[in-house]
Design a protein around this ligand. Structure first.
Ligand code: ADP
Ligand code: ADP
Length: 222
């Protein structure tokens, strides 16, 4: 099976079952928005896919390959979290270049290309501490996409921003993911954000994936 697959994934913390038997499949290039209330297990599922949370049952596959024995950094996934992920002591260019270890070609060109992609061309020498919240998340996105990850995992990347900016950036993130053509899972508790970004939206409640549909289908009035 091509793309990213989770099969019957279960993750428990002591007596809490955070992820309770979730299966999903993303074709390459597909963007899935995972929508659910706080505490529903979205973050844990994402961490399980990333290899950051131990599975109590089930498995994660990429193009059919079982990733169970593959270490986090070898899975070649990109991450974007809510905030606080840029290295404050490195400038923007160095932050974006971070992770370009074995990049074939000019690192400087790749950094410039990524900054242009996220609408911040020429920001290389800026200090990360002087960026706005929205700019910082654009840079985090540029950094995660720079090494061409096989899939991108985003955990509430816009949640720390105010509503107006969040709407604007959700549109931007959607454009950027399509432009790159990356496979992605985008976790959010915001319904509007989920339908702006996702090709499909999956609804998670109490660690179970209840429903998955195209945004129009899911929110269509009866
Ligand atoms: P969401 O991302 O939807 O807010 P989480 O995956 O963070 O949900 O949490 C799912 C459930 O697992 C919640 O009941 C939460 O309290 C619990 N949980 C999450 N992380 C831990 C942890 N490290 N230790 C114990 N319980 C946890
Ligand atoms: P300087 O601040 O010394 O002028 P730059 O910030 O312009 O250097 O960085 C030049 C390039 O060096 C960056 O674009 C990047 O490719 C590389 N580089 C420097 N430090 C790092 C680092 N810690 N991680 C990844 N790449 C780095």
């Amino acid at each position: 099976v091509a793309g990213l697959e989770a099969r019957d994934v279960v993750v428990r913390y002591k007596d809490v079952t955070a992820v309770d038997g979730v299966s999903l499949h993303l074709q390459p290039g597909h963007v899935l928005a995972l929508l659910g209330p706080s505490g529903s297990g979205k973050s844990t599922l994402l961490r399980a896919i990333a290899g950051l949370a131990k599975l109590d049952a089930g498995s994660i596959h990429w193009n059919g390959e079982d990733l169970s024995a593959v270490k986090v950094h070898k899975r070649n996934f990109g991450f974007v979290f809510q905030d606080g992920q840029l290295f404050p002591n490195l400038n923007v260019g160095r932050n974006v270049a971070y992770g370009l270890g074995k990049w074939q070609g000019s690192r400087q060109d790749r950094v410039a290309e990524m900054l242009e992609l996220v609408g911040l061309a020429g920001y290389e020498k800026r200090k990360t501490t002087e960026l706005s919240g929205g700019e910082a998340q654009r840079i985090a996105l540029a950094r995660s996409l720079a090494p061409s990850p096989r899939a991108l995992l985003l955990d509430e990347p816009l949640s720390a921003l105010d509503t107006g900016l969040r709407r604007h950036l959700a549109g931007e993130v959607s454009r950027i993911l399509r432009e790159v053509g990356t496979t992605a899972i985008y976790v959010t508790h915001d319904q509007e954000e989920s339908s702006m970004v996702g090709d499909t939206v999956g609804v998670i409640v109490d660690g179970r994936l209840l429903q998955r549909a195209e945004p129009d289908e899911l929110w269509r009035q009866p």
